[in-house]
Design a protein around this ligand. Sequence first.
Ligand SMILES: Nc1nc2c(ncn2[C@@H]2O[C@H](COP(=O)(O)OP(=O)(O)OP(=O)(O)O)[C@@H](O)[C@H]2O)c(=O)[nH]1
Ligand SMILES: [Mg+2]
Length: 362
Amino acid sequence: MKIIGTSKEIKLKKQVIMMIGLYGQGKTTTCAKLAKYFQKKGLKPGLIASDVHRPAAYDQLTQLGETVNVPVYGDPKEKNAVRIVKDGLKALKECDVIIIDTSGRHALEPELIDEMQKISKAAKPDEKLLIVDATIGQQAGVQAKAFNDAINITGVVISKLDGSAKGGGALSAVSTTKAPVIFIGTGEKVEDIESFDPKRFISRMLGMGDLQALLEKAEEVVDKEKAEKTARKIMSGKFTLKDMYEQMDMLTGMGPLKKIVDMLPFGMSGKLSDDKMEETQEKLKKFKIIMDSMTDEEMENPSIVKTSRVKRIALGSGCESKDVKALLKYYNMSKKAVKGFAGNRRMKKSLMKSLKFADAGM
Ligand SMILES: Nc1nc2c(ncn2[C@@H]2O[C@H](COP(=O)(O)OP(=O)(O)OP(=O)(O)O)[C@@H](O)[C@H]2O)c(=O)[nH]1
Ligand SMILES: [Mg+2]
C-alpha cells in the first residue's frame, strides 16, 4: 500500500490563501477551520466571502466567522467576485492571514476556471488550496490532478475524513498526484482540522493510534505548570479530589472522549462502544458538578465526607446520594492507581525524565 505521497506544512506567516473546489466539498467550513488554526498559532486571520453564486454563502461564512471570532468581509449585493476580493483585501489589510472563500461548481468547467484565474490574478494568493471530500474516494485524486493542471494549486485539504471508509483511498489517490496534502478535515466543527502527516496517517490506519495528535491536543488545552504540579503530586503518592478535578478538567477540555480514544494506540477505540463513551462523558460531567458543591476542606481531605455530608452535597448539586458515593468510589480507585504508580520505580524514573525535558523547555 503506497500512501506516502507529498505532504507540506503551511507556513506561519502573513499570507493570502484562496480556497477552491467543486460544490459542497467543504470550502466554506474549511475557511473557518483554517482561521481558527492560524488564530491558535498567534496570527490574525480574516475571511473574504466571494461566493456570489450560492445565495446563502455570505450568511454561512459570516456565521462561521462569528463562531471563531474573526472578521469577515463580504457584500451580498455585489455580484462580481473579483470586486469583492479586491475590496476585501483592502478592508482586511490589518489581518495577517486572509482566507478567500470562493464558489463551487458541479464540474471543472471553463466558467469556474475563468473565475478562479481572475480571483487569483487579483489576490495573488500565496496558497491556492483545493478542498476535496474524502467520501468520493479515488475520485479525489482525479479532481486534484485536474485542478492542478488547470490552475496550479499549491496544496490540497481533504475534508470529511471522519467516518469514511473511502477516506484512505481518497488520501492515497491525492498523495500520488503532484499536489501535496496539507490538512485533513475530521469533522463538522471548526476545530476538526489536522495538519497532514503521512507517517502519522499510516500508523492510524494500522490501528496504532495517533499519539502525536493526542499530545498536540493535550498541549493546546493543558496548562503546562498545572500538569507538572499534578505529575509531581502523583509521584509523591498524594492525590486529592482537587487533583482529580483538575485532571478531569484537562480531559474534558480536550474535546469529546470518542475523539481522544480514537487517537489512542492498540485499537482501543474498537473496544469501547460509543454508548459506553457517552456514558463516561456524562459521568465525568456529573462528577464535576458534584465536586463544585464540595467545600475546599472536603476536596483536600475526602475521607471526612460521611453520610450527612453526602446528603448535603447531593442536595447542593441536584444529584442523589448514590451519585456522590459513586464519585467517592471512583476517587478511591484512582487514588489506589496513583499510589501504585508512585510505588513503581521504573514508571517514576520515566516520569522524572519527562519532567526534566519539560524543565529544559522541550
Ligand atoms: N463530517 C464532516 N463534514 C464536513 C467536513 N467539512 C465540511 N463538512 C460538511 O460538508 C457540508 C458542505 O460544506 P461547505 O463548507 O458548505 O462546502 P462548500 O465547498 O463551501 O460548498 P459550496 O459553497 O456549496 O460549494 C457541510 O454540511 C459541512 O458541515 C468534515 O471534515 N467532516
Ligand atoms: Mg461554500
